[in-house]
Design a binder for this molecule. Structure first.
Ligand code: LCS
Length: 399
C-alpha cells in the first residue's frame, strides 16, 4: 500500500477531526460543557493522578479544544499544541512559564503593542530583566545575551513594519547560551513558515487572525514539544485560567480547514496591492517582504513559502496624508486586527501600537501617519481601486 503522505490542506482538514463517536455525525460536536461526569471516585483519582487519560473539568481541557490542538500541532510540525483564550493569553502563559525573578529576556523591539507593554511594564514588575533589540540583525541578539538570559522572543514578520528575523540563526544563539527561542508567527501562519522546523522551541499565534480567518473569534495557540506544552498547560494555564471556549475552538477548527486556500489568495492579492502602492506618487515607502526593495526580501524567500497578506506604508504628508487614506476607503474597513477574509486598514500608532510612546515608535520606524493594511481575499482590483480613490484625496490635501 502506498503511504498517505498528507499535504497541507489535507492535514488542515483531517488532522484531529473525526466523526462523533456516538452518533456518527460527520462534523464532531461542540462539547459545550463546564465539567465531566465520573463513573466513580476511583476514576476521579486515576484521572487526577494522570493514570488514566480523560477530561475532568472545562478549565483543564475539553474534546473540542483537543481537536483544535491536534490540528495545529499537525500544521506546525510540533508534538503538541495548547489553545488559549487569546493570542495574549498564549504569550503571557508561555512567558510566565519560562521566566522567573532574576531571569533575563531578549525581546524584539518591534512587536505587537500589547506584547511590548506586557514585557516593558508587567514582566519587569516581577523582577524579570528585559533587553529590547532589533532582531532583524542576529548580531544585536548575540550582543544582548547575558549569563541569565532564558528566553529570546521575537515576531517574524513583525507587526506592523514586516521586518523579519532569521529563525535558524536566532535558535542557534539561544541554544548556545542555554536559552529558549519563542517565535510569534501570527503574520506568517503555518502555511508560510514553520518556526519549529528551523529550531525554535515554541511557536505562538494569535488565532484571532488568519487561523480563525473570519473575524468572529478571539483565540491563541502555542505549539512545541510534548514535554514543554505539558509544562505550560499544567499548572500554568490551569492556574492562570486563560483557556479557550469550546465555541471559539470550533470556529478556529472550521477556519483552519480553508487556511491554505485563503493564504494563497491573501499572498497573491497583497503582492499586487504592494506593487501598486510602491509605484504610486503619493506613497513614500511600502513595507512588504514580497517586494525586492524590502531589505530582507532574500531572507523572506529562504525562510517563508510566500510573503503573506500584511503590509504597512508611509503616505506623503505624514499624519495628514495617512489619515486621509484611512478616512476615505469605502470597501476596506477602518479597524484594528488583521488576517480576516476582508481587507482591514488601521492607524498603527493609535490602534495596534498605542502602548508605545511616540518616541519609542519613531525609533523603530512606526511613523505618525503610517498605515497598516491587511489585504483580504476580495479581488485585488477592488482593493486597489478603493486605495487609488483614497490616495487621490491625499493629493488634494497635501498637494
Ligand atoms: N501577536 C501578534 C503578532 C498580534 O498581532 C496580536 C494582536 C497578538 C499577538 C495578540 O493576539 P490577541 O490577543 O489579540 O488574539 N494584534 C492585533 C493588532 O494588530 N490589532 O489588534 C490586535
Amino acid at each position: 500500500m502506498k503511504k498517505l503522505d498528507l499535504k497541507f490542506n489535507a492535514r488542515a482538514i483531517h488532522a484531529g477531526s473525526r466523526p462523533c463517536p456516538v452518533t456518527g455525525a460527520h462534523i464532531g460536536p461542540i462539547y459545550r460543557t463546564s465539567t465531566f461526569v465520573m463513573d466513580n471516585v476511583e476514576q476521579a483519582i486515576r484521572i487526577s493522578q494522570g493514570e488514566e487519560e480523560g477530561y475532568s473539568y472545562g478549565r483543564f481541557g475539553n474534546p473540542t479544544e483537543t481537536e483544535l490542538e491536534e490540528k495545529m500541532a499537525a500544521l506546525e510540525n510540533g508534538e503538541r499544541a495548547l489553545a488559549t483564550a487569546s493570542g495574549m493569553a498564549a504569550i503571557t502563559t508561555t512567558l510566565m512559564t519560562f521566566l522567573k525573578n532574576g531571569d533575563h529576556l531578549i525581546a524584539g523591539d518591534i512587536i505587537y503593542g500589547c506584547t511590548y507593554g506586557l514585557i516593558r511594564d508587567v514582566l519587569t514588575k516581577f523582577g524579570i530583566e528585559v533587553t529590547f533589540v532589533d532582531t532583524s540583525d542576529l548580531k544585536n541578539i548575540e550582543k544582548a545575551v547575558q549569563p541569565n538570559t532564558k528566553v529570546i522572543y521575537l515576531e517574524t514578520p513583525c507587526n506592523p513594519v514586516l521586518k523579519l528575523a532569521d529563525i535558524q540563526g536566532a535558535a542557534q544563539i539561544a541554544h548556545n547560551s542555554g536559552a529558549s527561542l519563542i517565535v510569534d508567527s501570527t503574520f506568517a501562519t503555518p502555511y508560510l513558515q514553520n518556526p519549529l522546523d528551523l529550531g525554535a522551541d515554541l511557536v505562538v499565534h494569535s488565532a484571532t487572525k488568519y487561523l480563525g480567518g473570519h473575524g468572529d473569534i478571539v483565540g491563541g495557540i502555542i505549539v512545541g514539544s510534548k514535554e514543554t506544552i505539558a509544562g505550560i498547560r499544567d499548572p500554568h494555564l490551569q492556574f492562570f485560567g486563560g483557556i479557550i471556549s469550546p465555541g471559539d475552538a470550533f470556529l478556529i477548527i472550521r477556519g483552519l480547514k480553508t487556511l491554505g486556500i485563503r493564504m494563497k489568495s491573501h499572498c497573491e492579492n497583497a503582492q499586487k496591492v504592494a506593487e501598486f502602492l510602491e509605484a504610486h506618487p503619493m506613497v513614500e515607502k511600502v513595507y512588504y517582504p514580497g517586494l525586492p526593495s524590502h531589505p530582507q526580501h532574500e531572507l523572506a524567500r529562504r525562510q517563508m513559502r510566500g510573503f503573506g497578506g500584511m503590509m504597512s506604508f508611509d503616505v506623503r504628508g505624514g499624519f495628514a496624508g495617512g489619515k486621509t487614506v484611512m478616512n476615505n476607503v469605502r470597501m476596506i474597513s477602518l479597524a484594528t486586527s488583521l488576517g480576516c477574509i476582508d481587507s482591514l486598514i488601521q492607524h498603527s500608532p493609535s490602534m495596534s501600537h498605542f502602548t508605545m510612546s511616540k518616541e519609542e515608535r519613531e525609533k523603530v520606524s512606526i511613523m505618525e501617519g503610517q498605515v497598516r493594511l491587511s489585504v483580504g481575499i476580495e479581488e485585488a482590483e477592488n482593493t486597489i481601486t478603493d486605495l487609488e480613490n483614497a490616495l487621490a484625496e491625499v493629493k488634494k490635501v497635501v498637494g
